[in-house]
Design a protein around this ligand. Structure first.
Ligand code: ATP
Length: 293
């Protein structure tokens, strides 16, 4: 009986693996078949990064013609500074980040990096200048280490170790029997939202892009997890131009400038203390969150 069971069991395993591979392939082809939202101009030049200054000039945007999402937005982000974007859910914060990475094109206005319109440069040069830590990171069905290395496949082992350390992942990894060789993703270890974000931060560190976009997860993190992410963020935002989309205002009080969005409009901007003095929308949000805490 056992002689029959083992080969059948093995055949079952092979069958499941082939089906899995086919599903992955289908998913990949599905992605490839999608019509690109943006196209590169035939004469596009590579982005020449001098400082990493970003400017939004009278930017309006909508996904569908009949529903405006961002309305005549203008602001500047100085090279090396940290800018926070805050506002109610649905205010258009993530859309702003998607425009900067050119997942979509603006409906009107321009976005420039070091005075070059982002729609006039090659997509490759634009996207290698920017690292994104998204709200919901996709983890591939492979090891934690390979998931991090994806940030820059040519990175050395030492560089990966350094990124793990800077992203404050070392303690978490040391609790796993197989360390950073542990499989994660759909078919591997389930990791928490905070751990996932730190894996994404390690990826971003490895990418070594001068501009960093950090889209903070909405999920309420406990204060220990939040502190770990904050420490990781501080490490990665040093010497970078960074845009932090934040839900918890306590995480961005040290930002050089805070942009407050309301229903697609830039309602106010300033430092934490200047906005509190102004006693406007930011001050209201701050008081509300303090009470909740
Ligand atoms: P949150 O704080 O909840 O992440 P947000 O301020 O980042 O919200 P966005 O994600 O920019 O808001 O969304 C702004 C508006 O655009 C929302 O009303 C949303 O429903 C809409 N929207 C977002 N993505 C798309 C899309 N792909 N197609 C159509 N509408 C979209």
């Amino acid at each position: 009986m056992i002689q029959l069971f083992l080969p059948l069991n093995f055949l079952g395993f092979v069958y499941r693996e082939i089906r899995r591979a086919l599903t992955d392939l289908e998913n990949m082809l599905g992605l490839l078949n999608k019509k690109p939202q943006v196209t590169e101009r035939p004469n596009a030049q590579n982005l020449i990064l001098t400082n990493g200054d970003i400017a939004f000039n009278n930017v309006s945007f909508s996904y569908n013609a009949n529903r405006p999402i961002l309305n005549d937005i203008s602001f500047k982000i100085n090279a090396g500074s940290k800018v926070a974007v805050v506002g109610a859910s649905g205010a258009g914060k993530s859309s702003l980040a998607r425009l900067l990475y050119r997942f979509y094109d603006v409906s009107s206005g321009t976005i420039t990096i070091d005075n070059q319109a982002i729609d006039s440069v090659t997509l490759n040069s634009l996207r290698s200048a920017i690292a994104i830590v998204p709200q919901d990171t996709v983890l591939f069905n492979t090891t934690i280490r390979e998931n991090i290395a994806y940030g820059r496949p040519s990175a050395t082992g030492t560089e990966i170790d350094k990124a793990i350390e800077m992203a404050h992942l070392k303690d978490f990894i040391s609790t796993l029997e197989n360390g950073d060789k542990t499989l994660v993703g759909e078919r591997g270890l389930k990791v928490s939202g905070g751990e996932k974000q730190r894996i994404a931060i390690a990826r971003a560190i490895l990418k070594r892009s001068p501009i960093l976009i950090f889209d903070e997860a909405t999920s309420a993190l406990d204060s220990h997890a939040e502190q770990a992410i904050l420490n990781a963020m501080r490490a990665v935002t040093q010497n970078h131009t960074s845009v932090v989309i934040a839900h918890r205002l306590s995480t961005i009080i040290d930002a050089d400038n805070i942009l407050v969005f309301n229903k697609g409009e830039l309602a106010e901007q300033g430092t934490h203390s200047a906005l509190l003095l102004k006693n406007g929308q930011y001050a209201q949000m701050w008081q509300l969150q303090q009470q909740e805490d």
